[in-house]
Design a protein around this ligand. Structure first.
Ligand code: NAP
Length: 259
């Protein structure tokens, strides 16, 4: 990890002085969330697994804009590695104020053709990954008597989606995990919420066929894909003190898909 100087601009924002860990922030929605939280003054830990170079670029982009960021590599599906990442961050900063569980993957297929390996992979990263980070950070949140956790679920976890049994199960599970942990930590001033994005323009959705993208857009009442910034705005709201009385909720940011 390499530290950067606190800038006057960063000190002014509503998240000034906050330490934020964003998982899967090397690209896509996570990167957008990291940029947004940093623009509001948070010191952001940009977590990555495979894309170290892109995580470094994301952190550099934040620093060039006057914010604070460092990279921290870790496979969120690895319980022990998550423990080491948390200890590394706590050792350096003494606290974490904001945790965004964004790391996620797809391995789409119809149930009849879905391999056990693809089922396990998606559940391990998307669902167990969030358990791992929350489990290791919970004792610090309890000690601080504060904390904001935002779990990135999906409209697929709310509605289900043909061809995504593994992904939908992981994202629906994340909603149950969010609500249960919210109940456990509420009396100690810790808020735990979920954001369920709809069809957002990132590499995840760019990997779909043209036909699949067209039918995805057709399922959006607003008739267009969402942007990374649409999701980042909601995460910023749930990470700041304007949402202090909100916990255990699932906010769909989806152009109306889940109506
Ligand atoms: P993306 O562009 O594919 O990015 C995925 C991110 O997750 C990458 O930064 C990747 O980092 C990270 N990641 C994957 N496996 C990881 C692991 N084991 N440990 C740590 N990080 C890991 O996806 P996206 O579209 O931005 O999606 C971000 C989140 O939003 C996901 O949870 C996704 O399910 C959810 N979501 C997306 C959409 C959408 O339409 N795009 C809709 C609903 C929900 P590395 O490359 O460094 O491994």
């Amino acid at each position: 990890m390499t530290e950067t100087d606190r800038t006057p601009e960063a000190c002014k924002g509503e998240l000034a002085g906050k330490i934020a860990l964003v998982t899967g922030a090397s690209r896509g929605i996570g990167r957008g969330i990291a940029k947004k939280l940093a623009s509001l003054g948070a010191m952001v830990l940009v977590n990555y697994n495979g894309s170290e170079q892109r995580a470094r670029e994301a952190a550099e982009e934040i620093r060039s804009a006057g914010g604070q960021a460092e990279c921290v590599g870790c496979d969120v599906s690895d319980f022990t590695a998550c423990g080491s990442m948390v200890e590394q961050i706590i050792g350096k900063y003494g606290r974490v104020d904001i945790l965004v569980n964004n790391a996620g993957v797809t391995r789409d297929n119809l149930l009849m053709r879905m391999s056990e390996e693809d089922y396990d992979k998606v559940l391990d990263i998307n669902l167990k990954g969030a358990f791992n980070t929350m489990r290791h950070l919970s004792r610090y949140f309890l000690k601080q008597r504060s904390g904001k956790v935002v779990n990135i679920s999906s409209v697929s976890g709310v509605l289900g989606n043909a061809g995504q049994a593994n992904y939908s199960a992981s994202k629906a599970g994340l909603i149950g995990l969010t609500k249960s942990v919210a109940r456990e930590l509420a009396s100690r001033g810790v808020c735990v919420n979920a954001v369920a994005p709809g069809f957002i323009d990132t590499e995840m959705t760019r990997a779909l066929s043209e036909k699949a993208r067209e039918s995805g857009v057709a399922a959006v009442p607003m008739g267009r894909m969402g942007s990374v910034e649409d999701i980042a705005e909601m995460v910023a709201f749930l990470s700041g003190n304007k949402s202090d009385y909100i916990t255990g909720q699932v906010i769909c940011v989806d152009g109306g898909m889940a109506i």
